[in-house]
Design a protein. Structure first.
Length: 466
């Protein structure tokens, strides 16, 4: 049997066979990563990671640029946050249709990345050269959101396909780039960005994103469906805890679920709801932490440092929890992360109201960890529950929860702050995060019996021997 690459790459020939485990799951073995790519699959971790760092400036540095944008264009703070909310909406909205088109072979991974690179540039040009809120929303919010969403969804799904046996840590590492990649721009927007140079700075940022994403995207390529690394015995991996240390905590999907089937299990809609709640809280923190710090009288260094700390911990935390989830269970780690994020909201509020810069930076760190660590956990949990073959669509549908949370975390967050002040907004965010944590305890893998705890009878029946 032979492999055939997608239409954008040269054809590679290698022998392979398909084996089936005891539960009917198919594994395609025999082809190495070098047979398919011409290089190590490690490149399919490094390149997506760099691309994710490239687009991180959109979301994680926007709050630092918001004040200058408002002054330069004559926008209100509510205007600028609604622009970000629309960006988040379209960044999430594109994940599902892009995944379906990739799985049907209509769009290649390379094509998605190059399109995303071009649209990302247009997004920054829109907020650089127009004073119109409408055109800023159309350019940065819609086009920039679609562009960044194509890059995000393609990069995340790529890693899971190339590392099906170790997806937690690898996915977390790549996902982390989406946060800490913004670090230099946070300080640029706080210290070297003003109404006199904003056009030049934004144009250069747009060109940086274009070049970074396009160069990485040229080398993107998906493995064949059901592909499995040749050096790992898939049958031993799927049944033997000595070959797969995380088997007991993260058993593989019992079969490959299509989108309709995954929805029918009830678990995919529940994941969607959990992600909608917690990502709204995360977006709220990203959008309002710097303005809240300034409102509390903290200087620009503390405001910028708090956001810088948040982005670093947000990103590195994703890799750490991915590694932990491989060993201790993704659902269990997810619940702990969401509880941490909920408590952190109350901590940030307390630190700000008490005027303590040290406490504010500490809880910014905790909030940064909890506000990003759940993304790779959901990205790994979806193929764990529903299989890899339709993961671009299934995860795209779960990730679309950000459609709702983007509106509530950014635009509606501004409304809540205006009506209830930061105290009411942060308290509400904390309660929502804890509600999301409670919902995760009901998640379980479809098609696999849930373990039942047998409670011994406290009143055993005794029999007398006559």
């Amino acid at each position: 049997m032979t492999t055939t690459s997608d239409s954008n790459d040269s054809t590679t020939t290698a022998f392979y066979e398909e084996v089936t485990d005891g539960k009917g799951r198919v594994f395609r073995i025999g082809e190495t990563d070098r047979d398919i790519l011409g290089r190590s699959r490690r490149s399919m971790v490094i390149l997506p990671w760099i691309a994710m760092m490239g687009i991180s400036v959109f979301e994680y540095a926007y709050g630092s640029a918001e004040d200058t944008l408002s002054k330069a264009h004559g926008w209100t703070h509510t205007n600028t946050f609604w622009i970000l909310s629309v960006w988040i909406f379209f960044q999430a909205a594109v994940a599902f249709p892009a995944g379906r088109l990739r799985e049907k072979g209509v769009v290649s991974a390379r094509g998605a990345m190059l399109t995303g690179a071009g649209l990302s540039l247009l997004g920054f040009l829109a907020i650089s050269h127009t004073h119109s809120v409408f055109w800023a929303i159309a350019g940065f919010g819609v086009l920039g959101g679609i562009g960044a969403g194509l890059v995000y969804a393609t990069s995340i799904n790529m890693v899971g396909k190339w590392y099906p046996e170790r997806r937690g840590g690898k996915t977390g590492f790549v996902n982390g780039g989406f946060a800490y990649g913004a670090l230099p721009f946070i300080f640029i927007f706080n210290y070297a960005f003003d109404t006199g140079n904003y056009r030049q700075v934004l144009d250069l940022v747009g060109l940086y994103v274009l070049a970074t994403v396009a160069i990485c995207g040229l080398f993107f390529k998906d493995p064949p469906k059901n592909w499995w690394p040749a050096h790992v015995d898939p049958l031993a991996w799927s049944r033997d805890s000595s070959a797969n240390a995380g088997l007991a905590k993260n058993p593989p999907a019992v079969r490959q679920y299509g989108v309709r089937e995954a929805i029918g299990t009830g678990m995919l809609p529940l994941m969607w709801l959990c992600l909608a709640f917690i990502s709204g809280v995360s977006i709220f923190g990203i959008s309002f932490q710097v303005p809240y710090a300034k409102e509390m009288g903290f200087g620009p260094l503390v405001a910028a440092s708090s956001m810088g700390i948040m982005s670093i911990i947000n990103g590195t935390g994703r890799g750490v929890v991915g590694w932990f989830s491989d060993r201790y269970g993704r659902r269990q780690v997810l619940s702990a992360v969401l509880v941490t994020e909920g408590l952190a909201q109350f901590g940030v509020l307390w630190a700000g109201s008490s005027g303590s810069e040290a406490l504010f930076l500490f809880f910014a760190l905790v909030s940064g960890f909890g506000g990003g660590a759940f993304y790779p956990l959901f990205a790994s949990l979806v193929p764990d529950y529903f299989g890899e073959n339709n993961n671009a669509s299934n995860y795209g549908l779960v990730y679309s929860a950000k459609l709702v949370s983007g509106l509530f975390g950014g635009g509606m967050g501004a409304v809540v702050v205006g009506a209830w002040s930061y105290s009411g907004a942060y308290a509400t965010a904390g309660v929502i995060a804890l509600l999301a944590a409670a919902l995760t305890f009901t998640l379980h893998q479809p098609g696999r019996p849930r373990p039942r705890r047998i409670v011994p009878n406290p009143y055993p029946i005794s029999r007398e021997i006559m």
